[in-house]
Design a binder for this molecule. Sequence first.
Ligand SMILES: *Cc1c(COP(=O)(O)O)cnc(C)c1O
Length: 378
Amino acid sequence: MTRPIQATISSANMRHNLEQVARRLQYFRDESGIQGPDSQIFAVVKANAYGHGLATAVQAFAQADGLSVIEIEALSRLRELGWQKSLLLLEGFFEAADIQVLDRTRAITAVHNFEQIQQLAQAQVQHPIQVFLKINSGMNRLGFVAKNVDRAYQQLQQLQNQGQVQLLGFMSHFANADAQLQAIAEPWALLQKITDDYDDMLCICNSAAILRHPQCSALQKANIVRPGICLYGSSPMGMLEHETAADYGLKPAMSLKAKIIEIQEVDAGQSVGYGSTFTAQHKSKIAVVACGYADGYPRSAANGTPVVVNGVRAAIAGRVSMDMLTIDVTHIADVQLGDWVYLWGENGPSIDEVAAHSGRISYEILCALANRVPRVYE
Ligand SMILES: *Cc1c(COP(=O)(O)O)cnc(C)c1O
């Protein structure tokens, strides 16, 4: 028997979330009266589809126009899994040998420095390598700064003339699309200034930009958007009022539950768990649950982090340990050994709620679900 803990991955909800994104993009376009081509959606499935599994993602996102990853090896894996549409390598390639993988899998890559252009020039390829020129719009991680964009563009165009590359357009990544609503104005103005002279395609929107910055996705130009976290049922704005996953009509893709394996009666003044961080104020009933930080539940989850038992909310009481966590179920009369405790997702609190109580973001928690947790795919 495996431990009584289970993660459920819902490809139906992933499909639903993709449809929500498509509907939203369509709505923006209709609202702004844009006549240009439809946005293409390249679902982001890096980090093993944010912990949900590539095989599930290939099925659930079958309607997407492309899939985006960071890991070179994921390109081949996605082709093996039967994905025939576009693939995008978000962070570009790391060494010349990677260009062979791009050639074999016919994947598109970001190009963010002159060294990569050099490597593309020297590569022996069967087909032109499709590239996006990545612009640094203020994140200051990857991408050409404004003054180098023209030079990079010209070099890539030259390689295009030689049949080495096919230059699709410009890509960029916003640093603050999830923060204050104005935070995008400056990078967006910069991107417009740089790209206005070109007819090329743009590829600029993550989940936050798609959900709250319609001007960046409802364009006259051809446009590819790159939603990640929202496809897994979490809001990049976390628990921000009116901007939760539920407010955006998103449904949880991953749900985690574990069973109660012990129930303790503790008297007022007694403490629970390592470090005695929870002390009972009155006679209390504490349930011990078969899930700990080695399963991926955040150890930083504070006292008060919500869970759901028998349809009733309860809260973490005491420090999360490696294999167990403890919850206060004093107010739930019918709690028994073997009852399921819903930790996040369907029937439980949202992943964003758990993240907020843990000083984490949903991305970290979803990606960290441990291998030892049995998965059920629905
Ligand atoms: C991860 C990533 C995304 C998706 O971001 P979300 O916030 O999950 O939507 C988009 N673009 C790039 C370049 C990324 O690395």
